[in-house]
Design a protein around this ligand. Sequence first.
Ligand code: SF4
Length: 255
Amino acid sequence: MLQQTQAPRVIEPWRRFLEALPTPGACAVAPRSTVISLWGGLGYNRRAGYLHDAARAVVDEFAGRVPEDPAALRRLPGVGSYTANAVASFAFGAPVGVLDTNVGRILARAIANRPLGRAEAQRLADELVRGVASAAHNQAMLDLGAQFCTATPRCVTCPLARRCAWRAEGGDDPARHSAAVSVRQSAFAGSDRQLRGRIVALLREGPARLDVVVAHVDEPQARVEVLVASLIADGLVERAKGEVRLAGDPRERTR
Ligand code: SF4
């Protein structure tokens, strides 16, 4: 839920979600449409599908208990190295570095003072966590990256200032060319991502005829058909009897 979504926006949906589906087992047996509906307000609906699939895999392959090992976590649908290491560190104290864009900037600037490839940055992040309290260390790194070592760094007040290699040695900003540092995302307005979100938001209220979906999205029918097809391919939506609905939604058509 926190991937690319700010914490204040996540708190309420997170509480709502855990109240309704408090365990991987409860999530695994819930209809897809329930999981997608509970995801309302968080965007990136594909993650709701991944979470549902991951809950089922936790039940099927790990007897309902979330695995502690990062390699086992990475086998779950939708879980990459960032999420696997974050869960392993914050939930279980595993000695692995959590590498996101913010941490990637700190490593390139404060430690290496040169651009880092992703594998190299991950190795460095793992080295730093050895012998220290994993969760506290990773949280401190994430906070430093979010509060001080931002795209335009706040070096004057940064707690690492006296030990920062880039500040001591100077040169071009090494973070700008580091693989672990993300580039700016393409515009959201009018994007497929935005329109897919609008379709799912409409279907949370109940199934709808395709022409109702087209009118709601206010785009040519051909484009809406492609968007609906992509949502079907992602397992979020179904199409039957001339209507579109969230996957597994048992409700009768409302529009
Ligand atoms: S001193 Fe500046 S560049 Fe170095 S870690 Fe702090 S904010 Fe980043």
